[in-house]
Ligand binder design. Structure first.
Ligand code: SAM
Length: 258
């Protein structure tokens, strides 16, 4: 079957890495697993040796037709939908969400899942290496940016291992990396409003080389930074997730708007 570029189809073909992925997920018999983009089943089929049933969402009906020939009906439920548009799934039902994600929409998929209020599933995803590095980046590093802060607000993030391009058919032009994201307990998710938190992060990183004072010009004045006990001369790259929460809470308390 020809891979469709428009759907980001690069199929895993390397047993060594498939095994590594399964070992990292550590599936158990009664886990409730959702897979995004099962394709021809490179991860789905070995996962089903450990877990009783998988729910999957796949945009390409041709993939589904192939997959249904390989997997008994009672072991899989597949929705033929675009994950980004789908609201058919009961997200709070899953203990695990997994996938070798189509790279062209991987950040959008992560953001959709992160913002689901009742989805506490552990996430295991294959991503473009650069995206994986951003998601797991430490403060004050080159990769630390908007995606790092917003996802590390919701999750503890782990960079597990890299997978070379030749482990896929067709081989993409990029290296991939496998990550784990574990939802933080509700008690740590202290932003009053996620949209405001996102705006604060976006504004702070608007021009990465500029200071907070410059990026928040016309929104926050020096007195606000003093109240926050955060230096206005810092750049967003040296602001921790908890300081971003502090700024967001301050917007709420002071009834500030963008
Ligand atoms: N899991 C398979 C593997 O590892 O070999 C396929 C991975 S391939 C990188 C991405 C898969 O996601 C493809 O099967 C593709 O058709 C599917 N896909 C692409 N866009 C999608 C979307 N918006 N919603 C659901 N599935 C999508």
């Amino acid at each position: 079957m020809r891979a469709k570029k428009k759907y980001g189809q690069n199929f895993l073909n390397d047993l060594e890495f498939i095994n590594k992925i399964i070992m990292a997920i550590k599936p158990k018999k009664d886990d409730s697993v959702l897979e995004i983009g099962p394709g021809l089943g490179a991860i789905t089929i070995p996962m089903l040796k450990h877990t009783k049933h998988i729910t999957a969402i796949e945009i390409d009906q041709d993939m589904i037709d192939q997959l249904m020939k390989k997997i008994p009906n009672e072991k899989i439920t597949i929705y033929n939908e675009d994950f980004l548009k789908s609201d058919a799934l009961q997200f709070n039902a899953y203990t695990h969400i997994i996938g070798n994600l189509p790279y062209y929409i991987s950040s959008a998929i992560l953001m959709k899942i992160a913002k689901l209020p009742d989805c506490n599933a552990e996430l295991h995803f294959m991503l473009q290496k650069e995206v994986a590095e951003r998601i797991t980046a430490n403060i004050s590093t080159k990769a630390y940016g908007r995606l790092s802060v917003i996802l590390q607000y919701f999750y503890r993030t782990e960079y597990l291992f890299e997978i070379p391009a030749q482990s896929f058919t067709p081989a993409p032009k990029i290296t991939s990396a496998f990550v784990r994201l574990t939802r933080k307990p509700r008690i740590e998710l202290l932003a009053k409003n996620i949209d405001t938190l996102e705006k604060v992060i976006k504004t702070a990183f608007q021009q990465k080389r500029k200071t907070l004072k410059n990026n928040f010009k016309g929104i926050l004045v020096e007195k606000d930074f003093l109240n926050l006990n955060i230096s206005s001369n810092l750049r967003a790259e040296s602001i921790s997730v908890s300081d971003f929460i502090k700024i967001e809470n301050y917007f709420y308390k002071e009834k500030l708007f963008f």
